[in-house]
Design a protein around this ligand. Sequence first.
Ligand SMILES: Cc1cc2nc3c(=O)[nH]c(=O)nc-3n(C[C@H](O)[C@H](O)[C@H](O)COP(=O)(O)O)c2cc1C
Length: 203
Amino acid sequence: MDKVKILIVFYSRTGSTEALAKAVGEGAEAAGAEVRLRRARDIVGPDVMAKAPGWAESSARMNAIYEAPTSDDAVWADGAAFGTPTRFGNVSSELKAYIDSLGGLWFQGKLNGKAGGAFTSTSGPHGGNESTIISLYNPLAHLGFIIVPLGYADPVMFRAGTPYGASSVSHQNGAPPTADDLEVARFQGRRLTEVARALKSKV
Ligand SMILES: Cc1cc2nc3c(=O)[nH]c(=O)nc-3n(C[C@H](O)[C@H](O)[C@H](O)COP(=O)(O)O)c2cc1C
């Protein structure tokens, strides 16, 4: 069988979700996947990006590394993980804009049966990490993904993350994900790859 193909699409403004996305990719690669890592582009104007020191620079740094996600990436993938910073307990409009761009694929049923998952970063420990991940489950269901949660299916789940998907807390000072947060993200990449492989073998 061909290598399982995993797409990781994230939005990140200050690097926390980016760090989780990279760890999801590491876990997927460790499980034998070919990985595409893509950053959804900013949709707010320069006036908003200038409101906090470093936002514009951080965005430019990431855009130089990661291609923008396309519809073809979603068709290519056997499984996809979607990562976003929490925005008022919900998905960022930048990642949602990419998801909304998949309407044509939804109409053609092109994403049916692919494995899908979600992860997030919040500033507060109870700032909406689980509600954000679960809000991403809604479009995944509409698009036909088989949603892959984490449960407590690895010992690291008793130390960090959520049973719905990987998470980190940046504590209003841009704190990066902890070693355990990253281990959960790697587990998410492995698990998504294993489920995508099992689904692919049934086709
Ligand atoms: C408009 C806006 C809304 C936010 N809403 C929340 C929120 O509801 N809960 C929370 O804990 N953090 C919230 N945050 C903070 C980010 O989710 C948090 O800093 C996250 O770690 C940033 O991830 P990134 O480094 O990948 O950009 C918000 C930030 C912005 C700019």
